[in-house]
Design a protein around this ligand. Structure first.
Ligand SMILES: Nc1ncnc2c1ncn2[C@@H]1O[C@H](COP(=O)(O)OP(=O)(O)O)[C@@H](O)[C@H]1O
Ligand SMILES: [Mg+2]
Length: 344
């Protein structure tokens, strides 16, 4: 039996989904017989120091801490493993993971560098290109560059990528700040860039891939990393997989097996494992990809802390290969327990 601290919530736009993922994880880990404390971490809980008497483990009682008071909670709870179930922001970009390494606490997520590379879509794509892994053609526009001479920045995008294109802030998840510009339209492109700069000083403009959207979860690390079954995501409305469609149960269908050939599924799995290992990931990640009409595969991004609600993609892929939600949690816990702590 292990002492587990499940951290959830956070301060990123995905806070609500993280609370749902965190609650589901806390309950499943408790069902496996471990002592679980569920803690909502957020700057909104300013002075939330641990009480003198730590409450007994209870996955349903959500305690509160702030990033500032987290070290005190770690000292008070002495968890064997932290589950950072935080989507976006400091919980997924490696900051929290680095803090846990500094305090020599084991955690069930990829390490800081892997998280940072996954969160920065531009650096991520540069790495893919260096390794010959296919990703949609792209160009980068800097916020300063856009402010100085928007017309020149638009010329650059039209020349390098053209239409249809997808404009995204470099470091955001859940389609936040992203737009599709389907037809030649400088005004729409300008608005899309301005929208992306609300969220990040750098924008990424990609060629839009017309085709099917798939995602592949990878479990484990290095030689033991294994892809779970490929899922095709079929949105019920529109052609852009947005925040609402992604997280509203029933708004998107998970198609397993996907409507692509066995050969394409095999290639997608190999690519996902390669990307997972290239970043130095462990535990579980999820790589989002597009498949065009010739079954060419393009990597969009890797999610270092994928959604873990009952309706999420990773638990669904695991279930298809005979791994229950509880068993999945136990695999993550085992891997975290076996990861050596860094000495300083
Ligand atoms: N180049 C692209 N071509 C076609 N669709 C895209 C492209 N980039 C993103 N999308 C769509 O936008 C969604 C979100 O993009 P993604 O890169 O996965 O970022 P995030 O999930 O972090 O917001 C994808 O799931 C896909 O539906
Ligand atoms: Mg995505």
């Amino acid at each position: 039996m292990a002492r587990i601290l499940v951290l959830m919530g956070g301060d990123a736009p995905e806070r609500e989904i993280s609370l749902k993922s965190g609650r589901a994880v806390a309950k499943a880990v408790a069902r496996n017989g471990h002592d679980v404390w569920a803690v909502d971490i957020s700057f909104r809980h300013k002075n939330s120091m641990p009480p003198a008497n730590i409450p007994p483990p209870d996955p349903e009682a959500i305690l509160t801490c702030s990033p500032m008071t987290l070290p005190y909670w770690l000292t008070a709870l002495k968890p064997d493993v932290v589950f950072p179930i935080l989507h976006g922001g400091y919980g997924e970009d490696g900051t929290l993971q680095a803090m846990l390494e500094l305090f020599q606490v084991r955690y069930a997520s990829p390490p800081p560098l892997a998280c940072q590379l996954a969160m920065n879509k531009i650096q991520f794509k540069r790495l893919l290109i260096a390794e010959g892994i296919p990703t949609p053609e792209f160009c980068v526009v800097d916020g300063d560059e856009f402010e100085r001479d928007p017309e020149l920045a638009l010329d650059k995008v039209e020349h390098a990528i053209g239409y249809p294109c997808v404009v995204k802030p470099s470091s955001q998840g859940s389609t936040i700040g992203a737009s599709v510009v389907n037809h030649p339209d400088r005004k729409a492109l300008r608005e899309a860039l301005a929208e992306a700069f609300h969220y990040d000083p750098e924008a990424l403009i990609e060629r839009k891939i017309i085709g099917k959207e798939i995602t592949v979860a990878v479990l484990g690390s290095k030689g033991k990393a294994k892809a779970l079954p490929v899922i095709e995501i079929v949105p019920k409305t529109g052609d852009f997989f947005d925040f609402k469609t992604k997280y509203t149960p029933g708004m998107a269908d998970h198609r397993i097996p996907p409507s692509i050939s066995d050969d394409a599924q095999q290639r997608a799995k190999e690519i996902a494992v390669k990307v997972h290992n290239l970043l130095g990931c462990r535990t579980v990640t999820r790589t989002d990809m597009m498949v065009d009409s010739d079954e060419n595969i393009f990597v969009l991004e890797l999610n270092a802390i994928p959604g873990m609600t009952e309706v999420s993609l990773v638990p669904d892929a695991a279930k298809t290969s005979g791994i229950s939600f509880e068993a999945l949690m136990e695999i993550l816990l085992e891997e975290a327990l076996q990861t050596p702590l860094r000495g300083w």
